[in-house]
Ligand binder design. Structure first.
Ligand code: C2E
Ligand code: CA
Ligand code: CA
Length: 277
C-alpha cells in the first residue's frame, strides 16, 4: 500500500464480514415471520444450591436455519447488535419468554432474559416492557428478571442507573450478568439498583481447588448479601464446585452439572419430572 504499510485482504478476513451480513439477513427474515427460519428460546434451569429445587430459568436464544441447524447466539447476536436488529430481536425474546413462563406458571418461579446495551439505550425500552406487563393483569412482574452486563453499563450513552430504576418501578427484577469479568465491579455494585448478581463462570470453575478463588467468592457473596442482593453462580460443571458454593452460602447455581440449556419441549419434560419427585 506504499510506505511501510502492507495491506492484507484475504478470504480469511472477508469470511467473517460475509458471515455477519448473512447472519443479519437471517435474523431479519426470522423476525419477518419467515416460516423456515426461527428464533426459538432454550431454557437453562437455575437451581437452589442446597435443595436442588428449580427456582427459575434463563432464556437463551437460538437460531433454527431452514436446514434445521441450531445456531448459538455467538453466530448472530453480534451482527444483530451492530445493525440495531437486536431491538426487535430482544422484544421477541422477552415476549416469547413470558409466553413460556405463563405456560409453566405453576411449575416455574421466574424467567430471566438477556438485555443488550443497545436495547437498554432505546428510549422505547421501558415503555415496551410496561406495555407488555399492562396486558397481563394479575401477573407478578418480579417473575421477570432482566440480565444486563457491565459492558452494557460502561458503553452506554444513557443513564443506565436511571433506566434500571424505571424498570424496577415496573416491578421486574434486575440481574448483573457476568459479574467479575469487568473492571469497575465494585462501583457498579454500589451504584446500580440490582436484585441479583450472577457470578461469571471464570470465577466459579475450579473453585474447590483454588483457595484464592474461594476467598474472592466468599467476599463477593458477603458483599452482595450486605447490599441486599441475591447471588447465582454460573457455569457450574463440577460437583466439588457446587459443594464449595453451597458451603460458602451461595444460594443458587446454574450450569451444565445440573442441566444444559434445553429446547422448550425438553425443558417442559424436565419440569414435569422435577415436580413428580
Ligand atoms: P450468558 O448470558 O452469560 O449465558 C450463559 C451462557 O453460558 C450460555 O451460552 C450457556 O449455554 C452457557 N453455559 C451455561 N452453563 C454452562 C456451563 O456449565 N459451562 C459452560 N462452559 N457454559 C455454560 P449461550 O446460550 O451460547 O449464550 C451465549 C451468550 O449469548 C449469553 O451469555 C448471552 O450473552 C448471549 N445471549 C443469549 N441469548 C440472548 C438473548 O436473547 N439476547 C441477548 N442480547 N443476548 C443473548
Ligand atoms: Ca445471561
Ligand atoms: Ca453470564
Amino acid at each position: 500500500a506504499g510506505g511501510n504499510r502492507v495491506q492484507i485482504f484475504t478470504d480469511e478476513l472477508r469470511a467473517p464480514v460475509q458471515e455477519k451480513i448473512a447472519a443479519e439477513a437471517r435474523v431479519r427474515r426470522a423476525l419477518a415471520g419467515e416460516q423456515r427460519i426461527t428464533l426459538p428460546l432454550w431454557f437453562q434451569p437455575v437451581a437452589s444450591s442446597s435443595t436442588g429445587q428449580i427456582l427459575g430459568a434463563e432464556a437463551l436464544v437460538r437460531m433454527r436455519t431452514p436446514e434445521g441447524e441450531i445456531l448459538s447466539p455467538f453466530h448472530f447476536i453480534g451482527a444483530a447488535e451492530e445493525t440495531g436488529l437486536i431491538v426487535p430481536l430482544g422484544e421477541h425474546v422477552l415476549r416469547s419468554a413470558i409466553d413460556h413462563l405463563l405456560h409453566w406458571s405453576d411449575r416455574l418461579g421466574y424467567v430471566s432474559v438477556n438485555v443488550s446495551p443497545r436495547q437498554l439505550a432505546e428510549p422505547d425500552f421501558v415503555p415496551m416492557v410496561a406495555s407488555i406487563l399492562s396486558r397481563l393483569p394479575g401477573f407478578d412482574p418480579s417473575r421477570i428478571v432482566l440480565e444486563i452486563t457491565e459492558t452494557a453499563v460502561l458503553s452506554s450513552t444513557v443513564d443506565v442507573s436511571e433506566r434500571l430504576t424505571a424498570l424496577k418501578q415496573l416491578g421486574v427484577r434486575i440481574a448483573l450478568d457476568d459479574f467479575g469479568t469487568g473492571y469497575s465491579s465494585l462501583t457498579w455494585l454500589k451504584s446500580l439498583p440490582a436484585d441479583i448478581v450472577k457470578l461469571d463462570r471464570s470465577f466459579v470453575a475450579g473453585l474447590a481447588e483454588d483457595p484464592k478463588k474461594n476467598s474472592i467468592i466468599q467476599a463477593v457473596l458477603w458483599l452482595a448479601r450486605s447490599l441486599g442482593m441475591s447471588t447465582i453462580a454460573e457455569g457450574v460443571e463440577e460437583p466439588a464446585d457446587w459443594e464449595a458454593l453451597r458451603a460458602a452460602g451461595c444460594p443458587a447455581v446454574q450450569g451444565y452439572l445440573f442441566s444444559k440449556p434445553l429446547p422448550a419441549a425438553d425443558f417442559d419434560e424436565m419440569l414435569r419430572r422435577h415436580h413428580e419427585r
